[in-house]
Design a protein around this ligand. Structure first.
Ligand code: ATP
Ligand code: MG
Length: 341
């Protein structure tokens, strides 16, 4: 069954997020800072979908928008659906922590005034829940002495394991995990991915947000690639077997930056929202950039995936480019944007 036929648990279409900010020091004028402009991603039953992209590409904001955790000055547009029904604020609040579990990137999400064991089991009396919590803690190397510790008594890596345990504790339909593995050793990181796989195989979904493209390729079924607040490509993991089967110049550059594919760093920087070029935000780093890339570019379905690239034609994107013509790119090799960095 391909991704189109799978019953969708989560569907996000062209999500935009902007922040109202004061434009001057006197606070007399406000402007709107559009940090995410076109994010689309979906998760089907039985699927792990990884969201990859460099720092600042909008990965956490996507999670926070889905869970209605954005600050008060944020405005959100676009469509969000959970199990086919629109996600509005009331519905999100009802689903959050129940049908939708969240593993946040920041370890400050735990209640500082409550021991971590109780925060995960959410009970003092229910023996079954307490046993389940202990079992998950044990699986992640958290001994019985950790149950009574307050968050400030836990190391960063321990806190991350506690947060992961929170998501595995309930009976959700979807887990949104925002960088769940930093601070974990390889064996624990692998264990957590096995747990996500087992969870998805029961007909559930996982949205796995990560910097680590190798981890994503080992674990996920599909990959959504974000760049400067946009989804630029969405592809089944199998398409990452070679550069030719990928669609967007940025995804191809990420592929070439992997150690097994030549470790070639990508020159230039991801633009900050205030310096966004017209049209494709990857344009200044892409030697296939032309006038045709400067307008609105919509996401196009190509094979089992989709791409947002005006230069994409019959299997050739603007980037055969990025690789062959680095000297033509005016930006220096300033940023070694290797995945996993
Ligand atoms: N409250 C805010 N006000 C203004 N801009 C913000 C706010 N929160 C995030 N941003 C901006 O939105 C962009 C996306 O941020 P986000 O945290 O989603 O990135 P990310 O992809 O999760 O990065 P990382 O990999 O470092 O976690 C960044 O440019 C960030 O500076
Ligand atoms: Mg983040």
């Amino acid at each position: 069954m391909n991704s189109l036929q799978k019953k969708k648990i989560l569907e996000i279409r062209e999500l935009s997020v902007s922040f109202r900010q004061y434009a001057d020091k006197r606070g007399s004028r406000q402007t709107s800072l559009p940090v995410i402009s076109k994010l689309s991603v979906s998760v089907g039953e039985g699927e792990i979908v990884a969201v990859v992209g460099s720092s600042g590409s909008g990965k956490s904001l996507l999670a926070h928008a889905i869970l209605d955790l954005l600050p008060y000055n944020a405005s959100v547009s676009g469509s969000m659906y959970f199990q086919g029904e629109p996600l509005d604020k009331a519905r999100i609040r009802a689903l959050r922590g129940n049908q939708i579990a969240f593993v946040p990137q920041s370890t400050t999400y735990l209640d500082p005034l409550m021991p971590v064991g109780g925060q995960v089991s959410r009970t003092r009396k229910d023996k079954e829940k307490k046993e389940k919590q202990r079992k998950i803690f044990q699986r992640y190397g958290l001994g019985p002495e950790v149950d009574g510790r307050y968050p400030f008594e836990c190391s960063g890596g321990m806190t991350r394991r506690v947060l992961l345990a929170t998501a595995l504790m309930g009976d959700p339909k979807l887990i949104i995990a925002d960088e769940p593995t930093p601070g974990m050793d390889l064996a624990l990181a692998k264990k957590s991915m096995e747990d996500f796989r087992a969870f998805a195989d029961e007909g559930n979904g996982v949205l796995l947000i990560t910097h680590d493209i190798e981890l994503a390729l080992e674990t996920a079924d599909r990959i959504a690639v974000f760049y400067a607040g946009m989804t630029v490509e969405e592809a089944p993991v199998a398409d990452f077997a070679s550069e030719e089967t990928l669609r967007h110049p940025y995804t191809k550059a990420l592929w070439r930056a992997m150690p097994q594919n030549g470790f070639q760093p990508l020159p230039g920087f991801q633009p900050y929202v205030k310096d966004m070029p017209k049209g494709c935000p990857f344009g200044p780093r892409c030697s296939g950039y032309s006038k045709g890339c400067q307008g609105e570019i919509s996401m196009r379905r190509v094979g089992n995936g989709s791409v947002r690239c005006a230069a994409y034609r019959d299997g050739m994107s603007g980037s055969a480019a990025g690789q062959a013509d680095e000297s033509a790119n005016p930006r220096a090799w300033a940023e070694a944007e290797a995945p996993g960095a």
